[in-house]
Write a new protein. Structure first.
Length: 152
């Protein structure tokens, strides 16, 4: 993908996330969903900053180049997915909620793998690969699901 195409992809995904965000938050339990979103965004931002500072991955093209992490993904896209996931699995038993992780995690990892192979948006280093991302994202989502169930 050429540089303009990569930048366009970042802008479009960010705008899409911002467009979908109000539909996920403005529900009956506004306060609860905004807390889930903010906690998810904070945790994701800190995790990404840690992984990039340790050299496991790097974002070569970013909308905000002064940050190590990827701001649109960390603060908009992944927290939005977590929010939709939590809403979808709110009344599920643990096994059902765990199985519902995969419709969220697998497309996300496929997009990340294609971005790593075909673009200059992300680079995996120090042995990091798609399955590390899958395990990490699935683990984070599962922990957040357990935490949200305890708070309910």
């Amino acid at each position: 993908m050429k540089e303009k195409g990569e930048y366009f992809f970042l802008v479009i995904t960010t705008i899409t996330g911002l467009t979908l965000l109000p539909f996920a938050i403005f529900k009956r339990l506004f306060k609860d969903w905004i807390i889930v979103y903010l906690v998810s965004a904070t945790e994701n931002f800190l995790t990404d900053e840690y992984l990039t500072s340790r050299g496991f991955l790097s974002y070569n093209k970013k909308l905000f180049p002064w940050l190590k992490g990827h701001l649109p993904f960390d603060l908009i896209l992944f927290p939005l997915l977590i929010l939709y996931y939590n809403q979808w699995t709110l009344n599920n038993k643990p096994v059902g909620a765990f199985l519902k992780l995969f419709p969220f995690a697998i497309p996300l990892i496929l997009i990340e793998a294609v971005a790593e192979k075909k673009t200059n948006l992300i680079s995996w280093k120090k042995g990091w690969s798609w399955y590390h991302s899958l395990l990490c994202r699935t683990f984070i989502a599962f922990i957040k699901m357990i935490n949200n169930r305890r708070g309910s």
